[in-house]
Design a protein around this ligand. Structure first.
Ligand code: GTP
Ligand code: MG
Length: 205
């Protein structure tokens, strides 16, 4: 898919203030610092579109970007950021989970996992929660450039094995790098295919 335009739309914590749910939407989520904002910039080939940082906890709000005037990319705050107060973590839980459950045009959640690490409980728990909610998701393993291809593949295989304890089938998985652009075309192709099938949800108000 060719990215002709990519623009910031809004930052929010409240579902009712989000852009109208008339276009297909894809949310990027995962641990703090896993590379969500960087992957969004790589997907759109726009370096400064989503704000990135070496320090975890950079993205704090639900950030909407409109791509080609046809679909939304959503950059979300990360989970598992140890420095955040308990109150902040609870707030995260509330507004992010609410957004994920209530957004009618959300087509797929991309869960980002650091490809350098063995499966982590926090990521597995989050995938299970998505499964319980019936939310479709795919897995993007990030920072592939930071270690050997073999190591990345091994960690992906271990994560798949761990998920198979709870799921009958595992969703599509992609090894990615925001640096080398590995996996970017594959993710855009998945989004393109879903966009073709999109039927706008009926207005409920
Ligand atoms: P929060 O918004 O804080 O939750 O973080 P995030 O998940 O959006 O991560 P972000 O994109 O800000 O990236 C965190 C750090 O990892 C930055 O220093 C990035 O440059 C680096 N990074 C992200 N993706 C990659 C990658 O594919 N390769 C390499 N080498 N570094 C990456
Ligand atoms: Mg971020």
């Amino acid at each position: 898919m060719l990215i002709k335009s990519a623009e910031f739309v809004t930052s929010n914590t409240e579902v009712k203030k989000l852009p109208p749910p008339t276009l297909p939407e894809y949310a990027f989520i995962g641990r703090s610092n896993v590379g969500k904002s960087s992957l969004i910039n790589a997907l759109t080939s726009r370096k400064g579109l989503a704000k990135t940082s070496q320090k975890p906890g950079k993205t704090q709000l639900i950030n909407h970007f409109i791509i080609n005037n046809e679909w939304y990319l959503v950059d979300l705050p990360g989970y598992g950021y140890a420095q955040t107060s308990k109150k902040n973590r609870t707030e995260w839980e509330k507004f992010i989970r609410r957004y994920l459950r209530e957004r009618p045009n959300l087509q797929c959640v991309f869960v980002l996992i650091d490809s350098r690490h063995e499966p982590q409980k926090i990521d597995l728990d989050f995938c299970c929660w998505l499964g319980e909610q019936g939310l479709p998701f795919m897995l993007a393993f990030t920072k592939a450039d930071k270690q050997s291809a073999v190591k990345g593949d091994q960690n992906m295989a271990k994560f798949k094995k761990a998920l198979l304890k709870w799921f009958e089938e595992v969703p599509p998985r992609f090894l990615t790098s925001a640096e080398t652009k590995l996996g970017i075309d594959k993710i855009l192709a998945e989004i393109d295919a879903i966009n073709q099938q999109f039927v706008p949800p009926l207005a409920t108000e």
